[in-house]
Design a protein around this ligand. Structure first.
Ligand code: AHR
Length: 499
């Protein structure tokens, strides 16, 4: 089969937002303890942070990190995690049936974030708490000095305010599994009041209301409509969460996961804009896609509920295959092509818990297959996202009907003149010949070209063989007349940078 498209620097969607390459650190499983933090580890620095994980975080190209949850946050008391570590209480975490020792709290995490050179996106507990807690943690984080909680932060060793810009107003409040789960009406009112109070303290914060936990929630659509009717003027974003997995050996549908992501985003935007129209508001609500990934949730749902209370018990440590990496690459394509409305996103999570980075306690850290498309996209996608209209064969899927074999997006950086093409071949058996018309950009030639996937879709990286799946060089040429020509392996994600 073959496919093609043409690019033009004038057909732009929006800037590439650096926040598209966000990640997520939850107090869950081994994400924090033996993930980012492991005092006594051979690479631990003076604060107990693993430098091997810090190095991989920087290499991954992560920009913004959501913290501290997740379902965890809906029972969390932020003040447990500040002050002298020896005096911090041990608590039950009901979300993951584990113990939280609070050795890491917001000051430690913010220190880690500075070292990793990432922005903190702070999630507030609106499960068991509300307006007062939100104001208190905001005062602790952002008030410069001279008040009780800003002075407490200063006496705990952080003189300057943390300067957090983005706050999530709770987590997955539509989900019956959430501690303090609410109806859309209950939540919309609370979100509006928390937002109003926070803005009285600091008007230009960026505030995210909870949207649906996935597109198959029974309340999807109605939830967003009600919440935004109640909080439209107070918030800037509505959140989206989505996890994908291959079920019943249906690889064809799994490879088409981005079709669902496209549908999910388009439906949220349409719902938000419909509310805006009813309210006669010129304001537009953007989407914070602050949890997305491949997650074999069906395995997790069948796992026995723990009977003991422990800290740092491994939870949902999925080991990813090459095909999982191809799907992650395609989800990044979907996020980029929606850059006009998706202006922040977080792959969930960063370390050990459904994560691109894995660690051995006391041992090494290594890259899962899904690390590679994320790192390459974050490094290479620059400037402006270009509109792409593909000519491609389709194939039939169980879940989504006929789906294009090729999915693609491109970016153009007017500052350097570079063009980056990101593509997925969903064909399970055959390579796809691709031609991309680039004549509108003048003379371009490939500077680098990489592909992930190909011959063994179920190959995995392990601690012993951490580089089994990694980006392989892709043969790509520009023909006379300015046409990029390449052959995409079956089940592959690829990126080509031209300049
Ligand atoms: O990322 C794992 C969990 O998935 C998060 O805690 C929750 O928000 C979502 O359901």
């Amino acid at each position: 089969p073959s496919a093609s498209f043409r690019l033009d620097p004038g057909f732009t969607i929006a800037p590439v937002h650096r926040r598209t390459f966000g990640s997520f650190v939850e107090h869950m499983g081994r994400c924090v303890y033996t993930g980012i933090y492991e005092p006594g580890h051979p690479t631990a620095d003076e604060d107990g942070f693993r430098q091997d994980v810090l190095d991989l975080t920087r290499e991954l190209g992560v920009t913004t990190v959501r913290y501290p949850g997740g379902n965890f946050v809906s029972g969390y008391r932020w003040e447990d995690g500040v002050g002298p570590v020896a005096q911090r209480p041990v608590r039950r975490d009901l979300a993951w049936h584990s113990l939280e020792t609070n050795e890491v709290g917001i000051d430690e995490f913010a220190r880690w974030a500075r070292k990793a050179d990432v922005e903190v996106m702070y999630a507030l507990n609106l499960g068991t708490r509300g307006v007062q807690e939100a104001l208190d943690v905001h005062e602790y984080l952002n008030h410069p000095e001279g008040t009780h909680l800003s002075e407490l932060r200063r006496s705990n060793g952080t003189k300057e305010p943390h300067g957090v810009r983005m706050f999530c107003l709770g987590n997955e409040m539509d989900g019956p599994w959430q501690t303090g789960h609410k109806t859309a009406h209950e939540y919309g009112r609370l979100a509006a009041e928390v937002a109003r109070a926070l803005r009285a303290a600091e008007p230009d914060l960026e505030l995210v209301a909870c949207g649906s936990s996935n597109s198959s929630m029974p309340t999807f659509g109605a939830w967003e409509g009600t919440v935004l009717e109640l909080a439209y003027d107070q918030v800037d974003y509505i959140s989206a969460h989505a996890y994908y997995e291959e079920t019943d050996g249906d690889l064809g549908s799994f490879l088409a996961s981005a079709v669902d992501m496209d549908y999910f985003i388009d439906s949220i935007v349409a719902t938000a804009d419909a509310v805006g129209a009813r309210l006669k508001s010129p304001k537009r609500i953007n989407v914070s896609f602050d949890e997305w990934n491949v997650w074999y949730q069906s395995r997790f749902n069948n796992a026995p509920v723990p009977t003991t209370w422990e800290q740092g018990r491994p939870v949902i440590e999925d080991h990813y295959s090459a095909v999982d990496a191809v799907v992650v690459g395609s989800l990044l394509i979907s996020l980029l092509r929606h850059s006009d409305r998706v202006t922040a996103a977080c792959q969930a999570q960063l370390v050990n818990v459904i994560a691109p980075i894995m660690t051995e306690p006391g041992g090494g850290a290594w890259r899962q297959t899904i690390f590679h498309p994320f790192a390459l996209t974050s490094r290479l996608a620059r400037g402006t996202v270009l509109r792409v209209q593909v000519e491609t064969p389709t194939y039939a899927t169980e879940r989504y009907g006929d789906v294009p074999l090729l999915d693609a997006v491109a970016t153009h950086d007017p500052a350097t003149g570079e063009v980056v093409v990101l593509v997925v071949n969903r064909d399970r058996a055959e390579a796809l010949d691709l031609e991309v018309g680039l004549a509108a950009f003048g003379d371009l030639s490939p500077l680098e070209a990489w592909t992930v996937g190909g011959d063994d879709p179920y190959a995995r990286n392990t601690a012993d063989q951490p580089d089994r799946v990694r980006p392989e060089p892709l043969d790509a040429r520009v023909l006379t007349g300015g046409t990029l020509s390449t052959r995409l392996p079956p089940v592959s994600w690829s990126v080509i940078r031209l300049g």
